[in-house]
Every structure is written in C-alpha cells, then in structure tokens.
Design a protein around this ligand. Structure first.
Ligand code: FMN
Length: 379
C-alpha cells in the first residue's frame, strides 16, 4: 500500500486509523432501529436533541458534515451518483464541484470496456432505462487522467469499482489504493461473477461478503458497498456486507427492466436489459434504505429518484445519513449544489444547528423483530 494519501476534506485531516474488519462487524441478529455510526461527529438519529434547536439559525451555521468512517468526512450529505456525473471534470465548468458533499465517479474496471451495443438509453414513465455497460477506459487510465485533477479539489472523490471476479475488484482497488485525489471506494457489486457462472455478487449474501472481505483486506481506504434492489430481502445481504468490513452502504443501484422497440418485434435496448432509475424507483429505494438502516450499524447512503429537497428529507427520515443524486442531473446538473443550500436553509428555518436531527425520524421507535419470512411486503 502506498503511504501517502491526501486529506479527504478540510475538516477530516489526514488521519485514517487502521481498523480491522472486526471493528465494523454489525450484530448477527437485527438490533432493531440501529443508529448509523458517526465516530467523530455528534450522535446521529435523534442525536443532538431538542437542545440543538434554537430560533433563527443561519444556513451558514448549520453543521452538514457526514462521517462515513475511516476518516472520510463529507462536507455535506449531497453527493452525485456513479455514472451520472462522469469523472466530475465534465461538469466542473457548470457546477462548483467543491460545493458537493462527494462525487462518485463512473464505474471503473480493470481493463477498458467499450460498453454495450446501442441503443443504450430510453426514457420511461418517471425515469429512464440505461444499459451503458460500464464503458470506461480502465483503472490505470482513470488514475492517469483524473487523479491529479481530483487532488486539487476539496470535494472527496469516491471511485466506483466494478468487476467480473473477486480478483478483478481486488486488483482495481490495489491500484487505486493510496493514490492522492481518491478519497474512497464504492463497490458496484451488481455485476455478474464470471467465476460463479454469472451469479451477481449483489444478490447473494455469501458472494457479497466474499468480495467485500477481499477488498477490505486489500485496502485501508474508506469502503462503500452499493446494494442492488433486485433481491427478495436486502437485510441478510446488508448485514453480510457490514460484517465483511464495509464502512458504509449505498442503496440503491438500478432496477432491472426492459423496454420494447417501436415495431414490437424485439426489445428496444441493444443489451435487451437495462437499469431503471429516476423518480419511479424512489419508493423501492426508500424501502431498501429503511430495511438496511435497521439491521446495520454502519452508515447508509441513499440513492434513487432524488429530484428535490423533499426527497432528501424522506431518505434521511428512513435512516440515510446522506443521499446521492443521479438521473436528475441529466435534466439539471446544478440540482445537487442547490439541494445543499436548500437543506441548510431548511435546517435553519427549523432552528436546527445540525442536519443530523433529521435522520431516522421515520424508523420504528421499538426494535423490530427480525422477520423469518423475508421482506415485509404483503400484497
Ligand atoms: C446512465 C447511468 C449510468 C450509471 N452507471 C453506474 C455505474 O457505472 N456504477 C454504479 O454503481 N451505478 C451506476 N448507475 C446507477 C446510479 O448510480 C444510481 O444508483 C441509480 O441511477 C439510481 O439513482 P437515480 O434514480 O437518482 O438515478 C448509473 C445510472 C445511470 C442512469
């Protein structure tokens, strides 16, 4: 591992204490409404308490910092989602990227990928389907082209990593490890594991834990693992990933779907299958975050259909400590920064000195009994 690494944010300093996976273990049995950890910041849900409310708090005085563990302290809880903001550089002329809480860059693989056949994108009611297929120049080119630029930014850049085997993930992460300008790793485990006959890492608790643990052994960098919604019950998978040493969960990736071509003779997308995103997926994302936040003690970052401040507040209420904005960026790249301002103003209006009081307000007040039947949805 390379020794030198830049400070994650102005507030975080350079320290990244080495902690083994054991330090990240979530209890084996669902502990009920867990409280996501913020090691060096005040307590989260219900944390600061009524004493932190006072009349007339200026937006600039609201504490928006988020501690995702291992020294990764975001300046605020509004990030941009992987695949929707490129490498950040594409938008740096139109958006003050340093005002963002974090940037999750495009999915990065060991070797360059040309992506899926076209068409790759289509609009759907309240959303879109994409089958980009992880087009990217490969990890070495990403480091060579972007890391130096990222190192000059204040905003933490989290590299989204994808692969087709545990070896792929570990090798990509080894190359990213310690590179100045890279603040953390987000594992996109919604990929087929070629070695396991195409089984997706994200839909199997054992496979998800294996890849998380292998990456954990390969790096001390902050490690976020992204959950797929395409499962019957997210809870055993969320727990397995937390137990395997992830510092935070991000949820959700896209929902698997297809569209039909105009002549109705074939599916529309070149890859047949695509990932559904946008406002249409928000209720699913809310459910996944709500369930995951109750069974792990690591922070959960929400993604899925964020379009306005109300969406951010909803995700915080079900236990997310931060949100990522994705599809909405295609319509308005300035939205994420505006949400930062709107969240601070909303906290100020409510007399809150910290946004953290908004987290988890809609979680059950009593510990939930672990379900033996899977997801609680009963049609
Ligand atoms: C065009 C496009 C490309 C994406 N590429 C990636 C990717 O490379 N890695 C990843 O983990 N997620 C990727 N995603 C998923 C998003 O990061 C996000 O999880 C999902 O779109 C849900 O959020 P949204 O509804 O706000 O878009 C992509 C989404 C879109 C729309």
């Amino acid at each position: 591992m390379k020794a030198k690494r830049r400070a994650v944010t102005a507030t975080s300093g350079t320290s990244r204490a080495k902690r083994g996976p054991a330090a990240h273990r979530a209890p084996a049995v669902a502990p009920g409404p867990a409280r996501p950890r913020t090691p060096s910041l005040p307590t989260l849900q219900g944390g600061p308490g009524p004493s932190s409310r006072r009349a007339g708090v200026a937006a600039a005085d609201v504490d928006l910092r988020v501690d995702l563990g291992r020294g990764l302290v975001l300046p605020n809880p509004i990030l941009v989602a992987s695949g929707t903001f490129g490498y950040g550089t594409e938008y740096s002329e139109v958006v003050d990227v340093d005002r963002l809480g974090g940037i999750c860059c495009k999915g990065t693989t060991l070797k360059a990928r040309i992506g899926n056949p076209t068409p790759r994108v289509t609009e759907t009611p309240a959303g879109m389907l994409n089958s980009i297929g992880l087009q990217n120049p490969g990890v070495d080119a990403v480091i060579a082209k972007y890391a130096e630029i990222w190192a000059t930014w204040k905003v933490p850049v989290i590299v989204n990593v994808a692969g087709e085997s545990v070896h792929d993930y570990v090798e990509v992460v080894r190359r990213l490890d310690g590179v100045p300008g890279i603040a953390g790793i987000e594992l996109n485990i919604s990929c087929p594991n070629v070695g396991a006959g195409g089984l997706q890492f994200a839909i199997d608790a054992g496979a998800a834990a294996d890849v998380t643990a292998a990456v954990r052994r390969a790096t001390d960098m902050p490690l976020l693992v992204k959950l797929s919604p395409n499962v019957a019950d997210i809870r055993p998978i969320a727990r397995a990933i937390a137990d395997a040493g992830a510092d935070a969960l991000t949820a959700i990736n896209t929902l698997s779907g297809i569209a039909v071509a105009p002549g109705r003779e074939r599916p529309l997308l070149g890859n047949i299958y695509g990932g559904l995103s946008g406002p249409a997926v928000k209720p699913v994302a809310l459910r996944v975050v709500y369930e995951a936040a109750q069974v792990v003690t690591i922070p959960v970052v929400a993604i899925g259909g964020v379009m306005e401040l109300g969406d951010v507040l909803d995700f915080l209420a079900v236990g997310a400590v931060a949100v990522q904005v994705g599809t909405a960026i295609f319509a308005d790249p300035t939205l994420p920064v505006r949400l930062v301002d709107e969240l601070a103003a909303e906290c100020g209006r409510r007399g809150l000195t910290s946004y953290r009081e908004l987290i988890g307000t809609a979680l059950p007040k009593k510990p939930a009994r672990p379900s033996v039947k899977g997801a609680e949805y009963r049609p």
